[in-house]
Design a protein around this ligand. Structure first.
Ligand SMILES: Nc1ncnc2c1ncn2[C@@H]1O[C@H](COP(=O)(O)OP(=O)(O)OP(=O)(O)O)[C@@H](O)[C@H]1O
Ligand SMILES: [Mg+2]
Length: 290
């Protein structure tokens, strides 16, 4: 399955969207809350769940012992979001000043998340928070750069508003360059749109990046996911537009990641007719997988 990192220019719904995708996926899923500015799930959706001694910072201590100890410690730092334990979260940092201590943990965590996706078939979503860019590079301590480079897909989360697009626009060029230089390529970048005034095609034209999926404006569900408390009426069913659409979004994400994998294994041939056949076959393969 796929490791997807969600990032933003400025608080616009990364955490709520990552939670919605994790909760809505048809597959076993994991949210790794790696926002270097600090996590909010513990004080929000998990506010009535005991999480003492568990989470990213404590897991990082295991990494300092050895890679094996780190890998073995991962399961005990995941908190279940459902009774069956199919949806899990690695709660993030409680203190933003811990971010610098985490820089040496990101590569090991990236590796573990990829193993969970490849071998245990988890849909993995990384809440990578707001992107901190310095002189065209992802900031070494204020961003979880190795996780972003390593992700199969990087979703720049934007709202369909002028304000959100105006800020997001400046991140496209550095992100693409960074993914080309250190990641799996600039085409890992796509937009996750939280619907507002602008339509998906307008957003992709404005940012010159494809909109891979869109989530609706749903304050009741998003409020519950970010604040916790009592679920809104109809939560989990069709009356929860955010979760309902997030389910389709997880399939769109998986299909896009599968297309990228196919293209990497079977590079596009120069011959136009062969390229056409490949396009049809990859489309069929991803439809079948969805
Ligand atoms: N799809 C949505 N519909 C309505 N409101 C939303 C949606 N997604 C997020 N919100 C609201 O927007 C606010 C910010 O959301 P969230 O905490 O997920 O953003 P964030 O990008 O993670 O922010 P930060 O960078 O500060 O961590 C919250 O009040 C949340 O309920
Ligand atoms: Mg957040």
């Amino acid at each position: 399955m796929t490791v997807t990192a969600l990032v933003s220019a400025k608080s616009c719904g990364v955490t709520a969207s990552a939670l919605a995708l994790t909760l809505a996926s048809r597959r076993t899923s994991l949210l790794a809350e790696c926002d270097p500015a600090g996590g909010t799930v513990r004080a929000g959706l998990l506010s009535s769940t005991p999480t003492r001694g568990v989470g990213l910072y404590h897991l990082a201590e295991a990494e300092r012992t050895s890679p094996e100890v780190f890998a073995q410690a991962v399961p005990s730092h995941l908190v279940s979001l459902d009774e069956a334990g199919h949806r899990k979260v690695l709660p993030g940092m409680t203190d933003p000043t811990q971010a610098a201590a985490l820089t040496r943990t990101w590569p090991a965590l990236s590796q573990v998340l990829h193993i969970l996706a490849a071998d245990a078939e988890y849909d993995v979503y990384i809440d990578a928070g707001r992107l901190a860019v310095d002189a065209g590079r992802l900031h070494p301590t204020l961003s979880c750069a190795p996780l972003i480079y390593g992700a199969d897909l990087v979703l720049l989360t934007v709202r369909g508003t002028e304000q959100s697009l105006a800020l997001a626009r400046h991140l496209i060029r550095p992100l693409r360059a960074e993914l080309d230089a250190h990641g799996s390529g600039a085409d890992a970048l796509a937009v996750l749109l939280i619907e507002g005034g602008y339509r998906a095609h307008q957003v992709s034209e404005a940012l010159e990046v494809p909109v891979l999926a869109a989530l609706p404006w749903d304050p009741a569900t998003a409020g519950y996911l970010t604040e916790g408390g009592t679920p809104p009426r109809g939560y989990g069913g069709r009356r929860s537009p955010l979760l309902h659409r997030a389910r389709s979004a997880t399939e769109q994400i998986e299909a896009a990641a599968q297309r990228r994998r196919l293209r990497r294994h079977w590079p596009r041939p120069d011959h136009p007719q062969m390229a056409g056949v490949l396009d049809r076959l990859t489309a069929q393969a991803t439809e079948g997988g969805g």
